[in-house]
Write a protein that binds this ligand. Structure first.
Ligand code: ZN
Length: 283
């Protein structure tokens, strides 16, 4: 945890400090090693928040985007007395949970039910101890994005998932909105994801053709056939991290992506054909 209670104040860990957990009231010890994010740990393995995950630089960077008082807010169910620490809770009551590691679908559901008004921000580019990516999810995501937007305003794109990782599969089960963070200043809202979606392609298959349309499309000696393929396909909407943060700060609905005049940030990172036609891969 980032904060514990010291002399009645929420305080960050400093070497040698002791404090009290603001969630369970147990004793905490400051952990300020060279290779860890400075944090508070329970003195004994207390029965505290089972949903809490080890904090990383990624969590801290995200929390730092919000005011001090909104970070690590203890949330109590008035009926059951169940307590959990929300990563960020805005004055409008929106909980933003930052998730670095994969979670079990059951826990995902429990957390969504407990907080109700919440969104997920998911680290799509987890780093190991030496700062290297732990998997190739980011590469597969960027590589699978279609260069022809499905919609231009707001900008939304199809993404074909052919990576071995299950990032999109796992997070498509969430009922709260999921924003994927690949560390480039843009969040990708996961709007939908379909596993084994069947596509039928027109492909040239053999010599000879009677159709003038086919001759026009290909050449006189090629016939068009149909081929079925199955793909894992998602639809994502990019949102600038700054917009996401500013909108959640003022309690406004989180914006639904880039508009026509606002695509430069995405375009600068990816080579989009914004003048192109609608994506026809799904037909
Ligand atoms: Zn505790």
């Amino acid at each position: 945890m980032r904060y514990a209670i010291v002399d009645s104040e929420r305080t960050e860990a400093q070497p040698g400090m002791r404090g009290i957990c603001q969630c369970c009231g147990g004793q905490t010890i400051a952990k300020c090693g060279e290779h860890v994010v400075w944090h508070w740990a329970h003195k004994r393995k207390e029965d505290c928040d089972p949903w809490w995950e080890t904090e990383t630089e990624w969590h801290r960077t995200w929390k730092d985007r919000f005011p001090f008082d909104w970070q690590e807010v203890v949330h109590v169910d008035p009926k059951s007395g169940e307590k959990h620490i929300a990563d960020v809770k805005t004055p409008s009551g929106l909980v933003i949970e930052m998730q670095n590691s994969p979670i079990h679908p059951k826990e995902m559901r429990s957390r969504e039910e407990f907080y109700g008004n919440m969104v997920w921000v998911v680290n799509g580019d987890r780093k190991g101890a030496h700062g290297y990516s732990q998997n190739s999810d980011k590469f597969h995501f960027i590589d699978g994005l279609s260069s022809h937007p499905i919609c231009h305003d707001p900008l939304s794109l199809q993404v074909e998932w052919f990576g071995r990782g299950k990032l999109l599969h796992n997070w498509s089960r969430a009922s709260a909105i999921v924003y994927l963070d690949f560390g480039d200043g843009i969040l990708w809202r996961l709007d939908s994801f379909e596993i084994d979606k069947t596509f039928v392609y027109e492909v040239p298959i053999s010599a000879s053709s009677n159709s003038s349309r086919q001759r026009e499309l290909f050449s006189d000696n090629v016939v068009v056939g149909k081929e079925k393929k199955k793909k894992d396909i998602g639809v994502v909407t990019p949102i600038q991290v700054n917009d996401f943060v500013e909108c959640s700060k003022i309690g406004a609905p989180i914006p639904c992506g880039f508009g026509l005049d606002d695509q430069s940030a995405v375009k600068s990172k990816l080579d989009f054909d914004t003048a192109g036609s609608q994506d026809s891969a799904g037909t």
